[in-house]
Design a protein around this ligand. Sequence first.
Ligand code: GTP
Ligand code: MG
Length: 304
Amino acid sequence: MNFFEKLKTGLSKTRENFTERIEELIGGSVELDDDFLEELEMLLIAGDVGMKTTEKIMQALHKAIVKREITKPEEVMPFLKKFIVQLLQNAGQRMHLSGHPSVVLVVGVNGVGKTTTIGKLSNYYRLMGYKVMIAAGDTFRAAAAEQLKIWGARAQVEVIAHGEGADPAAVVFDGVKAAIARNMGILFIDTAGRLHNKSNLMKELDKMHRVIQREIPEAPHETLLVLDATTGQNAISQAKVFLETAKVTGVVLTKLDGTAKGGVVIAIKEELGLDVKWIGVGEGMMDFRPFQPEEFVEALFSEK
Ligand SMILES: Nc1nc2c(ncn2[C@@H]2O[C@H](COP(=O)(O)OP(=O)(O)OP(=O)(O)O)[C@@H](O)[C@H]2O)c(=O)[nH]1
Ligand SMILES: [Mg+2]
């Protein structure tokens, strides 16, 4: 199965919950009346697109109807598709990797897929020709470093780790030093995902930043927030806490396979002002790709 097929299969529940219900509405309507518009609005909200985004889409649709650019229900689907691609389209999706090394901090609450994402990213960039290293900054959870080492071995990338309970900032320090000494292109830093309260999270991230910036003042070059698509709107509230404490530069949206809440991709951009840079559609190394709006929308709106 190629990635597009995987994405399409992964999004099948989201399609049932979102696209197919909109298609049903369109198929059962003759007119673009208030009932139709109200129903469509409900379906967008139920599809985890987010309130703000739904409003924006509905306003644009209304305008198109008033201007008679759209006159029939069956014209609504192509309109939505185009509009959503436009919403997701932007220039900020590329990773900033101009450092020597570039430091990429990976944050998020527990279980969202941080460690897996670092494994996948390491492999991706190694295949692109980068020299990659990983620092196991999650010293809190038992076996976290072991899990990372397994991923490191699979991705053929070295992992800098200390024992359980060690100071994460000390691991980060060693990681940064080693990455500089060995002329690495990218250093990925894993972090603990236990449910932080805000002040603890802030303290821990501050400390890591200080350690990193002592060696590389402009780092971290990227702070990726990992969000789990299966949690839908909860992912949005989680993200807000991180946005208040860390300078997040992009989102990795994991577990798009098998969730009905894939519409959250659209909400992330509009509600949080963040770009989804990567998506995960499975547990394997290759189930991962830069987010491409057109491909995503194509998979979301494709026929079975
Ligand atoms: N189906 C699916 N599972 C995923 C994906 N990404 C990660 N997972 C799974 O989610 C689980 C948690 O992944 P981890 O990478 O350990 O998550 P984490 O954020 O590092 O978790 P903590 O270290 O406990 O905070 C694992 O079983 C992964 O295999 C994905 O894109 N799709
Ligand atoms: Mg982890």
